[in-house]
Design a protein around this ligand. Structure first.
Ligand code: UDP
Length: 412
C-alpha cells in the first residue's frame, strides 16, 4: 500500500438495519476519496448478505468476518452471544488484517454501538474515531441522558411516574420517561445489550465525530444540544436520498415479487394504497396480525404488506382469497421505491429509524406501532413533534384502533 493511502477500519454491528447504512456510507466515502482503502469488519452472515453479487467501490472495500461468539458449526441464536464476544472478536480480526497488509489502520469508522472504537484508535497513536449513529438525533440524545433519566425514574417509581414528560431535556418535552428505550431503563446496566448501549453513551463524547442519519431541520433543538456534548456532529441524512444522488451508479432495485408493477396497475381512481412493514426482523404477534387483516378487509383500500411466511400463517382463514382483488402480501418489498410511489398514501410501521426517515423523505403518513429500542421515541416525534402520523391508541393493533388511526392519518 502506498504511503498516501489511508486505510480505514470499518466496524459494523451485524443486526437489524445497521450494517447496510454503514456500507453505503463507506461506498460514498470511497467515491469521494479514491485513494482510501476500507476494511469492513462484520459477522459472516451479515457480510455474505451485504457483499453478495457486488464488489463495493471496485475492490477498495474488503470484507472481513469477525467471530460470532458461537461454538464452531452452531448457528447464532441471540445478539447477546455476539455482544459477549466483543470487543475480542473485532480486535482479533483487525490484528489479522493489519498483519496481512503490513500497516496499522489510520482511522476507525464504527457503528456507534461499538463503543471500543475509541480505545482501538488510541492504541494506534490516537488516530481518528468516527462513529455512525444509524438513527436520529432524538434517540442518541436520549442515551446521552441515561443517568439523568434513570434518576428521574427512580425518584418516581410508580406507573404514573413513567408518564412524566422529559421537559428539561432540550427538544424532548413531548417524550415521557416510559417512552425511553428499554436499555435506558434496564434493571441491569451490565447485561450485554444495555451494557453495550450504556458504554456507548459514556464513550461517544470521546469520538472525534459522530455522524447521524438525520438532517438539521428535522431535529434542530436536539441536535444543537448534542453539539454541546459531542466533539463534532455531522448530519448526513436522509442517507437514502444522498445515496441515490451521490453514487456513480444508482442502487440496483430488486423487486422479486413485482410490487412496483402491482402499484402501477392500481386504477387511478382507487383510494391511496396502504403499505405495511415492520422492518428487517420484526413480525407482529399473531393477534395483531389478525387485527390488521380485519381492518384491511373492512377498509377495502388497496394494500401492500411486507410479511414473512411465519406471519402469513396467522392470517384469518380465507383472507388472501377475499382480498386478492385489492391486496398483495410479499415477504420483502423494495420499500424505498414503494414509499416513493405516488399511489401509496399511508405506511403502517414499527417506526424503525430508516422506515421513519424514508416515509418523511417521500411525504407518506405514518401509522405507528412501536415495539422496542428507539421506536417509541421515533413514533412520539412522528405524532407530537412533526405531526406527520399517529400512534395506534393503546399501543397495539386492534381492528377498531387501526381503522381509527387510518382515518386520522388519511384526513391529516
Ligand atoms: N425494508 C425493505 N423492504 C421490506 C422491509 C424493510 O426494503 O420489505 C427496509 C426498509 O426500507 C428500511 C429497512 O429495511 O430501510 C428497515 O429499517 P428500519 O430502521 O426501519 O428497521 P429495522 O430493520 O432496523 O428494525
Amino acid at each position: 500500500m502506498g504511503s498516501s493511502e489511508c486505510h480505514v477500519a470499518v466496524l459494523a454491528f451485524p443486526f437489524a438495519t445497521h450494517a447496510a447504512p454503514l456500507l453505503s456510507l463507506v461506498e460514498q466515502l470511497s467515491a469521494a476519496f479514491p485513494s482510501a482503502r476500507f476494511s469492513f469488519f462484520n459477522n459472516h452472515d451479515s457480510n455474505s448478505g451485504l457483499f453478495r453479487g457486488r464488489n463495493p467501490a471496485a475492490g477498495k472495500v474488503k470484507a472481513y468476518d469477525v467471530w460470532d461468539g458461537t461454538v464452531a458449526g452452531e448457528a447464532l441464536v441471540t445478539h447477546e452471544e455476539f455482544i459477549m464476544a466483543m470487543p475480542g472478536n473485532y480486535v482479533k480480526a483487525i490484528a489479522e488484517a493489519e498483519a496481512e497488509t503490513g500497516t496499522k489502520f489510520g482511522c476507525f469508522l464504527t457503528d456507534a454501538f461499538l463503543w471500543f472504537g475509541g480505545d482501538l484508535a488510541a492504541e494506534r497513536g490516537g488516530v481518528p474515531w468516527i462513529a455512525l449513529w444509524t438513527a436520529g438525533a432524538c434517540s442518541i440524545s436520549a442515551h446521552l441522558y441515561t443517568d439523568f433519566v434513570r434518576s428521574l425514574a427512580a425518584a418516581t417509581p410508580t406507573a404514573n411516574g413513567l408518564d412524566q414528560k422529559l421537559k428539561v431535556i432540550p427538544g424532548m418535552s413531548e417524550l415521557s420517561i416510559g417512552e425511553m428505550p428499554g436499555e435506558i431503563l434496564a434493571k441491569d446496566l451490565q447485561a450485554p445489550f444495555p451494557g453495550m448501549i450504556y458504554n456507548m453513551a459514556l464513550k461517544l463524547p470521546g469520538a472525534n465525530a459522530v455522524v447521524l442519519n438525520s438532517f438539521q431541520n428535522l431535529e434542530p433543538t436536539v441536535t444543537d444540544d448534542l453539539r454541546s456534548k459531542l466533539q463534532k456532529v455531522f448530519n448526513i441524512g436522509p442517507m437514502i436520498l444522498r445515496q441515490a444522488a451521490a453514487t456513480p451508479k444508482p442502487p440496483i432495485i430488486s423487486d422479486d415479487h413485482n410490487c412496483l408493477p402491482w402499484l402501477d396497475s392500481l386504477p387511478p381512481a382507487s383510494p391511496p394504497a396502504v403499505y405495511l412493514s415492520f422492518g428487517s426482523g420484526l413480525t407482529p404477534p399473531p393477534d395483531e396480525i389478525v387485527a390488521l387483516a380485519e381492518a384491511l378487509e373492512a377498509k377495502r383500500a388497496p394494500f401492500l404488506w411486507s410479511l414473512k411466511p411465519h406471519g402469513v400463517k396467522h392470517l384469518p382463514e380465507g383472507f388472501l382469497e377475499r382480498t386478492k382483488e385489492f391486496g398483495k402480501i410479499v415477504p420483502w418489498a423494495p420499500q424505498v421505491q414503494v414509499l416513493s410511489h405516488p399511489g401509496v398514501g399511508a405506511f403502517v410501521t414499527h417506526c424503525g429509524w430508516n422506515s421513519t426517515l424514508e416515509a418523511i423523505s417521500f411525504g407518506v403518513c405514518l401509522i405507528c406501532r412501536p415495539f422496542y429500542g428507539d421506536q417509541q421515541i421515533n413514533s412520539r416525534f412522528v405524532e407530537s413533534v412533526w405531526e406527520i402520523g399517529v400512534k395506534v391508541e393503546g399501543g397495539k393493533f386492534t381492528k377498531d384502533e387501526t381503522l381509527k388511526a387510518g382515518l386520522e392519518c388519511c384526513s391529516g
